[in-house]
Design a protein around this ligand. Structure first.
Ligand code: GRF
Length: 232
């Protein structure tokens, strides 16, 4: 059979942003690969002036500015968003720096089909100012998490995580940069996993299928601070 005929249909993804959109950009770039299981069918920003929206438009992607300030309530805003997602036949929603809390009914309608990226190793450091929180707590390792969205902010079941060391001279900015670089790798792989139905949400946790061993040493540990080359 022709290869194109046996390939599963690409999932149609809407990426929701509020600002810079560097994670959205990472998803768009990953989705250009012919064998990527999802396509970025729509980019929505609740802030018309978001730099990410201008970038997406310049790429020729379908974009929409949905200014939440023009809606009298969260429900009205979400009603409009839902219509747009339905009209665009969206399968999956990826939040990428989308700074708008959503109501439980909207979140529940997208249960198992809406994911988010958060710049900490959840369940540690939910909410805003995650890097300040991490530095204040003195953790030696931080990172990022992709999770399914539930009504509890940053509380949904975890799909994938990446860890980075916290270095002695880190500021919130230097730590944010290191975590962001990991985010740009993690989000495309996590979305692909969800799009291929390789991340099943059962009960409170997600079970993931390990598809292949891409040369990764499964025993590898991240030490921080790292031990000296020899001795202790
Ligand atoms: C990222 O750190 C993401 O984890 C968090 O908000 C930030 C968005 O950055 N949710 P960008 O807009 O993707 O560049």
């Amino acid at each position: 059979m022709h290869r194109a005929m046996i390939q599963a249909r690409k999932k149609r993804v809407a990426v929701l942003i509020s600002g810079r959109g560097s994670n959205m950009q990472a998803l768009v770039e990953a989705a250009r690969a012919p064998d990527y299981p999802a396509e970025i069918a729509l980019v929505v920003s609740n802030r018309p002036e978001a730099p990410g929206l201008a970038w997406a438009k310049a790429q020729g992607l379908a974009t929409l500015a949905l200014n939440h300030k023009l809606y009298e309530s969260r429900e009205h805003f979400e009603g409009q968003l839902q219509s747009v997602l339905e009209l665009s036949r969206i399968d999956l929603v990826a939040l990428a720096g989308f700074l708008r809390l959503m109501t439980a009914p909207f979140v529940e309608r997208w249960q198992g089909r809406m994911i988010n990226i958060h710049p900490s190793l959840l369940p540690a450091f939910k909410g805003l100012h995650t890097h300040e929180q991490a530095l204040a707590a003195g953790v030696r390792i931080s990172g990022c998490t992709v999770h399914f969205v539930t009504p509890e902010m940053d509380g949904g079941p975890i799909i994938a995580q990446a860890a980075v060391p916290v270095l002695p001279d880190d500021t919130p900015e230097t730590l944010a940069d290191r975590v962001l670089a990991a985010e740009h790798k993690l989000y495309p792989t996590a979305l692909a996993r969800v799009a291929r139905d390789q991340a099943a949400w059962t009960g409170d946790v997600v079970s993931v299928q390990l598809v292949e061993n891409a040369g990764v040493n499964q025993e590898q540990a991240l030490f921080s601070p790292w031990p000296p080359r020899a001795g202790y």
